[in-house]
Design a protein around this ligand. Structure first.
Ligand code: HPA
Ligand SMILES: [Zn+2]
Length: 341
């Protein structure tokens, strides 16, 4: 018999990749207070308890309001370095071996920081991660969809000197009312520059938004994608195209995409043959890093040992890594799994 403890031990031991993580969403309440003090930034919180109380919301927009407010304490390259390094250190303990992380340049340039400040600090930490933590990376720059496409074009232009170190572009922020079609041209421009393309779609938005992300943005991977399951033809298309979904169970629970983790569609996604993965999204806000997302989901929906192993494998086959590197990670997963029968 496989017990919950056995599955938790397997989850802890398996090598994993995280494919859906907003660096600014790894800002823990303690770090928010520390950066605010270090930089003399006024925040509407006096105590850690005040910050913790504010990290409470029940939909995407309420979360985003505090998320953008929180990131205002990040002021210097050192801040972005320290934030990124702390995240990497934390997930190394979860046996995460590869990360494909998002950052929101417009969340920083909008409040007056030069583009080079966030990306400079983030890349310093990411470049050191292989030697320090055994973690490789890809960096994905997201466009804020509540802003005009023109602003996304400006961001792409600012990124030009860094394009050999940015691997892809994504689309995040308030989904409903800001369909992928709004960004068709800027995604085409990014594609021409050889960047990988991803987009948040079907988190709160309808299946139509997922169709648009596929047909108009021509994305390589879908972030969230939960609501695709409402449309059988769309589900079949995602399966046939072999597209990976970066699903975020504890985020889905915090933002009421699901009312109860027991209702989470993760098991169903796997049964339908979709390449689903487990990710933390904004772990400081949604209450758990990688392994906690795995553990709580496994417990709530009853994931089997085989499904957990499949999820770890999906995280590497869905990564923007060369096949040989994916194969090396898959072999390591088989080895770890075989040692824990
Ligand atoms: O979960 C999210 N959804 C949309 N935008 C975001 N920006 C940070 N996290 C999120
Ligand atoms: Zn996200």
């Amino acid at each position: 018999m496989t017990t919950t403890d056995d599955l938790d031990a397997l989850i802890a031991a398996l090598p994993k990749a995280e494919l859906h993580l907003h660096l600014e969403g790894s800002l823990e309440p303690e770090q928010l207070m520390m950066f605010a003090e270090r930089n003399g930034v006024d925040i509407p919180f006096k105590t850690l308890e005040d910050v913790r109380a504010a990290y409470d919301f029940s939909n995407l927009q309420d979360f985003l309001d505090i998320y953008y407010q929180g990131m205002s304490v990040l002021q210097t390259e050192a801040d972005f370095h320290d934030l990124t390094d702390a995240y990497l250190k934390r997930v190394a303990a979860d046996n995460v071996r590869h990360v494909e992380v998002f950052f929101d340049p417009q969340g920083h340039t909008e409040r007056g920081l030069p583009f080079d400040v966030p990306i400079g600090g983030i890349l310093k930490a990411l470049d050191a991660a292989e030697e320090k933590y055994g973690i490789t990376y890809r960096l994905i720059m997201c466009f804020l969809r509540h802003l005009p496409e023109e602003d996304a074009f400006e961001t792409l232009a600012q990124a030009e000197p860094w394009l050999d170190r940015i691997h892809g572009v994504g689309l995040d922020s308030s989904e409903v009312g800001h369909p992928p079609s709004k960004f068709e041209r800027v995604f085409a421009a990014a594609r021409e520059k050889g960047l990988k393309l991803v987009a948040h779609a079907g988190e709160e938005g309808p299946p139509d938004y997922v169709y648009e992300a596929l047909d108009l943005l021509k994305i390589d991977r879908i972030d969230h994608g939960n609501r695709s399951l409402e449309d059988d033809a769309l589900t079949a298309r995602i399966r046939e195209a072999g597209l990976t979904l970066t699903v975020c169970p504890l985020s889905n629970l915090s933002l009421c995409v699901v009312d109860d983790l027991k209702d989470h569609p993760m098991k169903k996604m796997l049964a339908l043959g979709l390449k689903a993965t487990i990710n933390s999204d904004d772990p400081a806000y949604f209450g758990g890093y990688m392994n906690q997302n795995f553990r709580e989901t496994a417990k709530a929906v009853g994931l089997t040992r085989e499904e957990i192993i499949q999820l770890a494998k999906n995280s590497f086959t869905g990564a923007f890594l060369p096949e040989a590197e994916q194969a090396r990670h898959l072999a390591e997963i088989d080895k770890v799994a075989a040692s824990m029968v």
